[in-house]
Write a protein that binds this ligand. Structure first.
Ligand code: HEC
Length: 419
């Protein structure tokens, strides 16, 4: 309908999970041996003999049997139902709710998404990281109703745990603070922490304004939900499940090395360091938010018995979204990767209060530098070929240090503790 409630005569596809699945490697018609149907994931099979009904009385047992779990991702509403079951007159017990909530959270955390975080070094006062998200489900992630979304929180702190970069900030009810007024665009590269990656479908009305009212939905303004593995823009079931917006121009959205159908997305983070050269603590978290506060703003402007009831339940709920995946990384200063690549260098003891030995068994000499975790050079030494130096550290203040050398183009790094 248009904004006055007149039929537009057009159609809008609100959910097409089955088409997403058809357009994937999970499709069991196209891939009978490797595909997986809906039941494989949503109705886990057991090999027990189960009689599925007591009528007719001669019914024989069935094996394997598909458990009717049918869980999705919406632990949030299940919690609201559980906490208000007498108010809402529900018959399920607290234990029954807990069981389903646990299954839902477990499925979100173990079968939904793989997350990898890569350190791409530093250059020109900028630190580079890549985050790769791989959808494990048999359809787009997040699936289903248009309010569903997932967002990335990307936090970088310095050696004192002070914040250097924070994309995906939220308030106490998990409203994202840096989301643009209409909606946030899809990003391939994030360079500023007022940008946040949100995987979602956004509906627009006939005038191109964002709407959350299903009857007003006329066009898709954004759909960067991560496609399932094998998804293709050439498939005959693409017209109902299109990618919309910047994700279409993102060369690694559902693509790997130029090949379509990866079922993943890579997001690059470029972190301005403003002169800081020390240790970086990086944390990337993907949250699943089935009913975000912003989605309800439209509806909560109106009042009716049902809306007021729901508003009350919503406001009383615990808004913390489920963490679907998380990766952390500690990056040591100035181009040091924490790898020990040369077995012919020995540093000992690694915990000391006065001195350490650096033993170089290579037949060439080495420059050995000691840094603190802020990246400050504290000492430099030359250790001759096939020789052993005793370095005095008694004047060092207590803390962790990094012994660094360069051997045949590779970094040698060892951590030591001065106590
Ligand atoms: C490879 C496993 C897998 C297959 C195959 C699969 N799903 Fe899912 N499905 C999941 C996971 C994991 C989730 C939870 C993450 C999410 O909601 O996106 C989910 C979520 C859902 C949801 C919940 C959406 C919501 O709003 O909470 C629905 C509905 C759904 N799937 C339907 C289907 C249908 C229909 C099919 C077959 C056409 C199917 N699934 C095939 C794994 C699968």
């Amino acid at each position: 309908m248009d904004t006055s409630g007149n039929l537009t005569g057009t159609t809008f596809v609100e959910q097409a999970i089955y088409h997403e699945w058809l357009n994937s490697d999970f499709n069991t018609e196209t891939f009978p041996t490797t595909g997986e149907d809906c039941q494989t994931c949503h109705m886990p099979r057991i090999n027990d003999n189960v009689v599925i009904a007591n009528r007719p009385p001669w019914l024989s047992a069935r094996s394997p049997f598909g458990l009717h779990y049918l869980v999705g991702g919406n632990a949030f509403m299940l919690n609201i139902l559980k906490d208000n079951n007498s108010l809402l007159g529900l018959s399920a017990t607290q234990t029954q709710f807990d069981t389903v909530i646990n299954r839902t959270v477990k499925q979100l955390q173990q079968q939904t998404l793989n997350l990898s975080l890569f350190d791409n070094g530093r250059q020109n006062d900028t630190a580079y990281f890549d985050l790769y998200l791989e959808n494990l489900t048999g359809h787009k992630f997040p699936a289903g109703y248009p309010s569903r979304r997932a967002y990335i929180e990307f936090l970088v702190t310095d050696v004192n745990n002070d914040t250097l970069f924070y994309s995906g900030r939220h308030n106490s009810i998990y409203r994202l603070l840096d989301e643009d007024a209409a909606y946030e665009l899809h990003y391939d590269v994030i360079t500023n922490d007022n940008q946040v990656q949100i995987y979602e479908m956004v509906m627009g009305d006939i005038n191109g304004n964002v709407t959350t009212v299903l009857e007003r939905a006329y066009q898709h303004l954004k759909d960067n939900r991560i496609p399932p593995k094998g998804f293709s823009t050439q498939h005959n079931a693409y017209d109902t499940v299109k990618i919309v917006g910047n994700a279409l121009a993102d060369s690694d959205f559902n693509y790997i090395n130029g090949v379509e159908g990866s079922g993943g997305d890579s997001v690059s983070y470029h972190i301005p360091l403003n002169g800081y050269a020390g240790q970086l603590n990086v944390s990337a978290t993907v949250y699943y938010q089935p009913v975000p506060p912003r989605y309800l703003d439209d509806m909560f402007q109106y009042s009716s018995q049902e809306i007021d009831l729901f508003k009350n339940l919503y406001q009383g709920a615990d808004h913390i979204p489920v963490i679907v995946a998380q990766q952390n990384l500690t990056v040591y200063p100035v181009g040091i990767s924490a790898k020990n690549t040369n077995s012919k260098i020995n540093v000992y003891p690694t915990i000391t209060s006065d001195f350490i030995y650096v033993h170089n068994e290579n037949d060439f000499s080495l420059d050995v530098d000691i840094y603190d975790l802020k990246g400050k050079l504290c000492a430099s030494n030359k250790v001759g070929a096939k020789s052993k130096n005793k370095l005095n550290l008694s004047h060092f203040s207590k803390g962790v240090y990094l012994i660094k050398s360069k051997v045949e183009g590779n970094a040698f790094v060892k951590r030591i503790v001065v106590q």
